[in-house]
Design a protein around this ligand. Structure first.
Ligand code: PEP
Ligand code: MN
Length: 324
C-alpha cells in the first residue's frame, strides 16, 4: 500500500501517526514534484484505506488489489458458535473431543467430559482421512447422529470434518461448524460445496501451505457463500520429526494481528503428544489465538485413532483452567 501525502505535509509527523497505528513506512519522494509518498511495509497492521485518508497530511491511499477481499472484510468479526462467541474481546473458545467418534457410549462419555471441563464445542470425526487404507476411517453417517445427540445432551455445538463433496449435506445436517481438513485445504471443488452451505467453516492449514494460499482458500469458501471462516493452525510439516508437525505460532500472530482473522490452534495434531499440549495451548493463546481445538478421549489408551495425543478429562480441565 502507498500513502500519498499533501504538498508541504510534515513527513515525519505523518510517519509517527501511522506508526502509532502499527503501520511501518518508508518515505519516497516523487521525482516530478515536491510530494512525498509513504510505502507501507508488508508486516504492518491491517488498516482499511478509508481510515487513512482522513489523517492530517494524507492526500490519498493506493492499495494493491487484495487476493482475498472477502477475507479482508471479515477482519475483526466475532462468530457465534452455539452458546459461545469467538473473536476479539471474547473469552477463548475451547473445542474438544475425540479424534474419531467410535461408538455411542464413547461420544456420550466424551461430551460429558468436555462439557465438564468448560468446552463449548464438541469435536469428533465421522469421516476420517487416514494415511493408511487399513486404518479406522470412521463410522460415517451413524457417527454423526451419535455426535449430534451427545452434543445436544450437554449443550454443546458440533464441529466435524467434511471429506468429500458427496457428504457435505450429510455432515451439515449434524454439525454447526464444518471442518475442512489439512489434506483438503486446496480441494477447491470441496471448498465450493462446503461454502455453499452458508455455514461457518473451520479451515485447517495444509501441511505445506503458505499463509497466502491458506487465506486464498478461505476466500474460496466465502466466495461460495460460507458465513465465516475460522483459520485453524495445526502445524506444518518440517524436516524434524521430533514432534508430529511444527506449530507455526508466527502464522497465528500474523493472521490475528496483521490480517485481523478469527484463528484457533490445534496443538494436538501439531505436536502429536499429550505431554506438550498444555504448554502449546498457553503459547497459542499468547500468540493471539481466539480458541483451541484439542483432542480429548474418555480412555485415551483405547482410542482407535490419535490416542497418544489425546488428553483425558483431568488434563483437559487443567488446560481449560489455564485458558480461562
Ligand atoms: C482432525 O482434526 O481430525 C484431523 C484429521 O486434522 P488435520 O486435518 O489437521 O490432520
Ligand atoms: Mn486426529
Amino acid at each position: 500500500m502507498w500513502i500519498r501525502l499533501k504538498e508541504g505535509a510534515d513527513v515525519r509527523a505523518v510517519q509517527g501517526t501511522l506508526q502509532g497505528l502499527g503501520l511501518w513506512t518508508t518515505p519516497v519522494r516523487s521525482v516530478s514534484c515536491e510530494r512525498w509518498s509513504l510505502q507501507v511495509a508488508a508486516h504492518s497492521a491491517f488498516m482499511p484505506p478509508e481510515e487513512l485518508t482522513g489523517l492530517d497530511g494524507v492526500a490519498d491511499v493506493m492499495a494493491a488489489v487484495s487476493s482475498h477481499p472477502r477475507i479482508d472484510q471479515q477482519a475483526g468479526c466475532s462468530i457465534t458458535l452455539g452458546s459461545a462467541r469467538l473473536g476479539p474481546g471474547e473469552r477463548p473458545v475451547l473445542m474438544a473431543g475425540p479424534c474419531s467418534v467410535e461408538s455411542e457410549e464413547q461420544i456420550q462419555a466424551a461430551a460429558a467430559m468436555v462439557a465438564k471441563a468448560g468446552a463449548t464445542v464438541l469435536r469428533g470425526g465421522a469421516f476420517k482421512p487416514r494415511s493408511s487404507p487399513y486404518s479406522f476411517s470412521g463410522h460415517g453417517h451413524q457417527a454423526l447422529q451419535w455426535l449430534r445427540a451427545a452434543a445436544d445432551a450437554h449443550g454443546l455445538a458440533v464441529v466435524s470434518e467434511v471429506m468429500s463433496e458427496a457428504k457435505v449435506e450429510t455432515v451439515a445436517s449434524a454439525a454447526d461448524l464444518l471442518q475442512v481438513g489439512s489434506r483438503n485445504m486446496q480441494n477447491f471443488a470441496l471448498l465450493r460445496a462446503v461454502g455453499a452451505m452458508g455455514r461457518p467453516v473451520l479451515l485447517k492449514r495444509g501441511m505445506a501451505a503458505t499463509v497466502e494460499e491458506w487465506l486464498q482458500s478461505g476466500e474460496h469458501l466465502l466466495n461460495a457463500g460460507a458465513a465465516n471462516v475460522i483459520f485453524c493452525e495445526r502445524g506444518i510439516q518440517s524436516f524434524d520429526p521430533c514432534t508430529r508437525n511444527l506449530l507455526d505460532l508466527g502464522a497465528v500472530a500474523l493472521l490475528k494481528y496483521v490480517h485481523g482473522q478469527p484463528v484457533v490452534v490445534d496443538p494436538s495434531h501439531a505436536v502429536g503428544r499429550r505431554d506438550l499440549i498444555p504448554a502449546m495451548s498457553r503459547a497459542a493463546r499468547a500468540a493471539g489465538a481466539d480458541g483451541l481445538l484439542i483432542e480429548a478421549h474418555p480412555d485415551p489408551e483405547a482410542a482407535l485413532s490419535d490416542g497418544p495425543q489425546a488428553l483425558d478429562g483431568v488434563a483437559l480441565r487443567d488446560v481449560a483452567k489455564d485458558l480461562a
